[in-house]
Each structure stands twice: as structure tokens, then as C-alpha cells.
Write a protein that binds this ligand. Structure first.
Ligand code: 0RA
Length: 661
């Protein structure tokens, strides 16, 4: 009956055509709506659906969101909110649920009495997820009833119908990502877990559970049976900042915290000081990580500098420094600071290259005022901690002057100023950076093999000796005094700012090689060295990574031979496959020979070229920073003082032969 009325409505068919056109547009250009069709876009689908439930939580009606990765790689998201309305939408002549699920950007059309503040990075709504899924099922639990509608590639299969009764309240969405759209449709638990953890910190009090029902994937991750995490934080950003800084040594144990509302903008900030030398600032607008910063970050920095400077002035500290010709600069106030800033903005203007920079001018003043007031109060009430902070600022200023001198020394010797290239560099003959690549190789013997194996037209080799120092644990200027670091800087031809955010001083356009390739042995030590070098780039030259210049080479672990057939194997699985195929599963069978490469130095130059250096046949891993917050945490953990977590991480993530273990 309902169906008949709807079919006869002229309005209905008109809007129906619009809906089909909308879905078609999404399927034709999915990247425009969800960023890309790679693993990133695939996971983004989950965030879009979860964001709707988060909105319901922010409106005060939902306390629990359950995310499940099902055995068949479909995803279920269930919340205990009010349930998407299922009554007739007046203008559209169909159920509100159907409108939400099929009309682009329909989510915003409902006025829930509070502005919509979450909305994923692209904020495209659940209808895009629907359009990009082969199948989707929506269920609403309201007023004791279960309502349901299913879709194929976004098109409803039937009108919303009642399918049963329930004591539950809420919304349940299940979708099967379209494998004709996405490059991969296999979800990664860790990627989802990181985002759910972050969302739980950003929305204090909310419980988010993540469950993985894929037994095989769990077994591969070393987990027996179902995998599950419950993310919940009562402390919100207080807990978040402690989590981020958990691998660092605190300057004092307090978290400086504020949670307020200024001119209608909810502002939450948590600050911790550690004994290291870098600033770690993580900012969010409407739960979106604003990696490019923006007005909220500017307001925070201004307040921090102004308030601490005033404190230093009042305590005659500035005066003393001036006598030594040291003037405090903004950076000095931020060394060893870890902070998370989260604001909620009604109509955010996102700018910048990746649309993750907040542009709303009014936010700057609100954050500035709120942080200034809270910090001033804190300093007044905590003289002991205030002194620790200011002492650290003074130390930073003193070190900065020393660093400038050291850096000037290095840069005077750099290629641009005619100081020449490091003696250890075996450069390539081409001068076209686009074509050129440099291998950073640990150890002189491996460096020697690489020099013999390379194509010297476009491949340069820079051997480095022993373990490069740990940049996480030294002051900035120490880096410039370190010979191996200097060699790397000079070879690359890139000068960079003291502070990674300080890009105005960097000159990445002078980069002499398009590819910078870290090449280390395929063992625990090699993985450790590769991590140290990656940390150096992550901390000092993040743009180099962001622009896709950093790679890690993957040398093979084995050469397996049977008669005339031979194959290089890059992991244990490939070796086992060879043994299964040619030895019936028996490693010691008739005529099977397995050569194990313990290090790069053990390969002859032809082997090294063929397996690891030849662009036609090698396997390079490009290093990317998808999630700067998580990367920061991981690096601080990897380079921190505790050995346990580091070993565990390397063992879990590196592929090398299990020979020394
Ligand atoms: C609009 C109005 C109401 C609830 C919702 C949307 C809602 C949407 C989603 C999406 C996922 N979970 C959700 N939960 C609720 C309020 C309806 C009422 O007044 O009862």
C-alpha cells in the first residue's frame, strides 16, 4: 500500500532519478568522495559510518558503539542511540532512513538540535558508503520494533519494513565494500583500532568496542580466536596526552588540562612536559586530525608563548638572559611539550593541501584566551612545576644559540656553498635528481658490495658506520655535531630547519636524489638501524617522507634452488611455498638447496644488484606517514628507554629470517 502511494507520486520519481544520479557520481569518481580507493579509502568507509554514531553520542543519546569486522570482511557498526528516524520524510515522500541512506549529504538535513560536528575528513555521509558497497543492510531499533532496509550498490531493494520486535534502541549498519571499486577489501585491525582508540580519547565517556571475527587474520597476528578491544576514556585528552607521552620521561607528573566553551566553541586542551627536546602537538577539529594545524593551533601557540614569557618576565628571568645576549624565541617555549588540542566548530573551513588546516579566524582568539587563562592559573598555583618549565625554556634558548653555530658550520660545508660532498659518498654520474637515487647502507663491507653492484649512472652509495645516534634522545644541536648525520645532510644537499615545523628554513627543492633508500641487513640489528635512520628523517625532514622520497630496500632472506629452477625468497612464506612445490614440503628433500643470506655483505655483487638494487626486479617499501599521531607514538616508543616494547614491535613487524632468535 505504502509502496503504491509512493510510486504514484511524481515527486518520488523525480527525486528517485536524482538519487540514482547521485549514487552514479559517487561510483564514477569514488576518490572525490572518500579520498582514494586504496586501503585508506576502504577504512574511511568505517569512519564515515562510525561518525554518524559519534554525532548521536555528542548529542547526548548514545554511549556505546560496537564495530565488528565480520568473517567475510564486511563491517557492522551498531550504536545505542535513538535510531535513525524511519517515519515519512515530508518532501521526499519516503522514509527518513531511506533518504539518509541514499541521498548525498542528507545527514545534515536533520536538525538534531545541535550542530553536526563530527563527519569524517571528507564528511560525505553514509550514502557514499552505501553507494560503494555491493550490499548494505540498515536496521533501526526504535519503539520496540526492528525496521530494516537493504541496498545493492546504494539502490534500495525494498521500502523500509518492520522485521521484528526488540528491547534494544539504536542503529545497526552492515556493509560489504565493493571489490570492483576498491583495490583491496581486506580490513586491517590495527588501522581501525588506532582510529577507534583516538575517537575514544576525543570523546570522553564513550565506549567503542572493536571485534575481529576473522579467525585466520587473528591467527596470523598471533591471536587465538576472536580479537577484541574496548576503548573507553573517562579522562579524555588527559588520558590521550599521557598515552602519547607514555614512552617519554616526564618533567613532572601533572597534566595541564582545560575543558571549556568560549564564544560557543568547545575547547579541550591537555599539556604534558617531558625531558626530550621536541614539540609534539596534535590538533583536532570535530574529531578530525588537523595535521596542517590552523587557527586553533596558532591561538594555542600564541597563548603559550605569551603566558610563559610573562611569567619569565615577572620572575626576572628574561633580564638575566638578556645580559648573556640570549633572547627567548617561540620555539624555546615548546621543547619537550606534548599537547593535544581538540575544538568543535559548527561550520569549519578546512584549507591547505590536504584540507586539514582550520581556517576559521574567530577560533584563534577563543583558544588563545582559554589557554592563556588556564595556563596562567596553573603557573600561579604550581610554583614548583612552573620553575621546571621555565628552566627548560631557558635551557632550550641556550641550546638554540649553540645549535645555530653548529648548524652554520655544517651548512658552510654543504654542497650548495661549495664545501663538497662527504668523502664516503660514492656519487652517481647523473646530475638529474629526478633519475638519481642514493642508498644509505650500514657497514663498510655491505657498502663495498653495494658500490660494486650498483649502476653508477644513477645510483649513489653512502655507507654509514655503526649505529647512528638516537635522535629521540639528544638535543637538536647535537645532531649537527654528529659525523654520520652530517654526511647524510651533505649528501642529500638539503638544509633543514632546527624545528621540523620550521619549513621556511628548509630547501627541499635542492634534494639531489629523488629516492633515498635505506638498505640494511635482514635481521634484528638491521631492522634497528633502519628504524634509527627513519627516525632521523621523521624528526628532522618529515617533508621528505611526506613527498614520498624515503624508501627501505628489501633484501631477500634465501635463495632456493632445485635443479635449474632458483628463486629468491623475501620471507618465510615464500621459502615454504618453494619447499612445498619442489620438495613436497620437505626442506631436506632430493636436490633442494637453500642458501641463507645473513647479511648484505654475503651476497655477491650480481646477487645484490638482481635482488635488491635493480629497479626492474627489486622490492622497495615506500615510507609514508598516514597517521602522524600514531607515528609519533610509535617512534617515541621505538626510540624510548624501554627495551621490551621496542623488541616486541620489531619482532612483530619486521620480516627477517628467524635464525638468531
Ligand atoms: C536524526 C534524528 C535523530 C536521530 C538520528 C538522526 C540518528 C542518526 C544516526 C546514525 C547512526 N546512528 C544514529 N542515531 C541517530 C533523532 C530522532 C528522534 O528524535 O528520536
Amino acid at each position: 500500500m505504502e509502496e503504491e502511494i509512493m510510486q504514484s507520486s511524481g515527486d518520488y520519481s523525480a527525486s528517485n532519478i536524482q538519487v540514482l544520479e547521485g549514487l552514479e557520481a559517487v561510483r564514477k569518481r569514488p576518490a572525490m568522495y572518500i579520498g582514494d580507493i586504496s586501503e585508506k579509502g576502504l577504512h574511511h568507509l568505517v569512519y564515515e559510518v562510525v561518525d554518524n554514531s559519534i554525532d548521536e553520542a555528542l548529542a547526548g543519546f548514545c554511549t556505546h558503539i560496537e564495530v565488528t569486522i565480520n568473517e567475510d570482511n564486511s563491517i557492522t557498526v551498531q550504536d545505542n542511540g535513538r535510531g535513525i528516524p524511519v517515519d515519512m520524510h515530508e518532501k521526499e515522500h519516503r522514509s527518513a532512513l531511506e533518504v539518509v541512506m541514499t541521498v548525498l549529504h542528507a545527514g545534515g538535513k536533520f536538525d538534531k538540535g545541535s550542530y553536526k560536528v563530527s563527519g569524517g575528513l571528507h564528511g560525505v555521509g553514509v550514502s557514499c558508503v552505501n553507494a560503494l558497497s555491493t550490499h548494505m543492510t540498515s536496521q533501526v531499533f526504535r519503539d520496540g520494533k526492528i525496521y530494516q532496509q537493504e541496498y545493492r550498490r546504494g539502490v534500495p531493494e525494498y521500502s523500509v519494513k518492520e522485521v521484528g520486535t526488540t528491547d534494544l534502541r539504536g542503529t545497526r549498519q552492515q556493509f560489504w565494500p565493493d571489490n570492483t571499486i576498491f583495490i583491496t577489501t581486506t580490513y586491517k585491525y590495527d588501522i581501525l583500532a588506532n582510529r577507534m582508540r583516538e575517537l575514544a580519547f576525543l570523546n570522553a565517556g564513550l565506549t567503542i568496542t572493536l571485534t575481529d571475527l576473522r579467525l585466520k587474520a587473528n591467527a596470523d597476528a598471533g591471536i587465538d580466536g576472536i580479537r577484541k578491544d574496548v576503548f573507553h576514556s573517562d579522562g579524555g585528552l588527559r588520558d590521550f596526552v599521557r598515552y602519547l607521552d607514555s614512552a617519554r620521561t616526564h618533567l613532572f607528573d601533572d597534566v595541564i588540562y582545560l575543558n571549556t566553551d568560549r564564544n560557543g566553541t568547545p575547547i579541550e586542551v591537555a599539556i604534558m612536559y617531558n625531558t626530550a627536546y621536541k614539540e609534539n602537538l596534535h590538533s583536532y577539529v570535530n574529531n578530525i586530525n588537523t595535521i596542517e594545524g590552523g587557527t586553533h593551533v596558532a591561538g594555542f601557540r600564541t597563548a603559550l608563548t605569551r603566558t610563559l614569557k610573562k611569567y619569565a618576565d615577572d620572575n626576572k628571568i628574561t633580564e638575566k638572559l638578556e645580559k648573556q645576549h640570549i633572547e627567548l624565541s617561540g620555539d624555546d617555549f615548546r621543547e619537550g611539550l606534548t599537547a593535544v588540542i581538540s575544538v568543535k566548530v559548527g561550520e569549519p573551513q578546512f584549507e591547505g593541501q590536504t584540507k586539514t588546516k582550520l581556517g576559521n579566524n574567530e577560533v584563534s582568539g577563543s583558544v588563545n584566551a582559554a589557554v592563556g587563562e588556564a595556563l596562567a592559573n596553573y603557573l600561579e598555583e604550581h610554583p614548583k612545576e612552573a620553575k621546571l618549565i621555565v628552566d627548560k625554556v631557558v635551557l632550550a634558548a641556550t641550546a638554540r644559540i649553540a645549535a645555530r653555530k653548529a648548524r652554520e658550520n655544517v651548512q658552510r660545508k654543504s654542497p650548495m656553498s661549495g664545501g663538497g660532498l662527504p668523502g664516503k659518498l660514492a656519487d652517481c654520474s647523473s646530475r638529474d635528481p629526478e633519475r638519481c637515487e642514493v642508498f644509505i647502507v650500514e657497514g663498510d663491507s655491505a657498502g663495498g658490495s653495494a658500490k660494486q653492484g650498483r649502476d653508477s649512472k644513477f645510483q649513489a652509495i653512502l655507507p654509514i658506520r655503526g649505529k647512528i645516534f638516537n635522535v629521540e634522545r639528544v638535543m637538536w644541536h647535537k645532531a649537527f655535531e654528529h659525523e654520520e648525520v652530517n654526511n647524510i645532510i651533505q649528501a642529500l644537499g638539503v638544509r633543514f630547519g632546527l624545528n621540523p615545523e620550521d619549513t621556511k628554513e628548509a630547501n627541499y627543492d635542492k634534494l639531489r636524489y629523488n629516492k633515498v633508500i635505506i638498505m640494511a641487513d635482514a635481521d634484528v640489528d638491521g631492522a634497528h638501524i633502519a628504524t634509527l635512520i627513519m627516525t632521523l628523517f621523521f624528526r628532522f625532514m618529515p617533508e621528505l617522507i611526506r613527498d614520498g622520497h624515503l624508501y627501505v630496500a628489501n633484501p631477500p632472506l634465501y635463495k632456493c634452488t632445485k635443479g635449474k629452477v632458483s628463486e629468491y625468497c623475501y620471507d618465510e612464506i615464500a621459502k615454504q611455498r618453494f619447499i612445498d612445490m619442489y620438495g613436497d614440503g620437505n626442506e631436506n628433500a632430493t636436490g633442494i638447496h637453500i642458501q641463507r643470506f645473513k647479511g648484505l655483505g654475503e651476497m655477491n655483487k650480481e646477487q645484490l644488484w638482481e635482488t635488491t638494487m635493480n629497479p626492474e626486479t627489486r622490492l622497495l617499501t615506500q615510507i609514508t606517514i598516514d597517521d602522524a599521531t600514531e607515528a609519533d607514538y610509535t617512534f617515541s616508543m621505538l626510540m624510548g628507554e624501554e627495551v621490551g616494547p621496542r623488541r616486541e614491535f620489531i619482532e612483530k613487524n619486521a620480516t627477517y629470517a628467524n635464525i638468531d632468535a
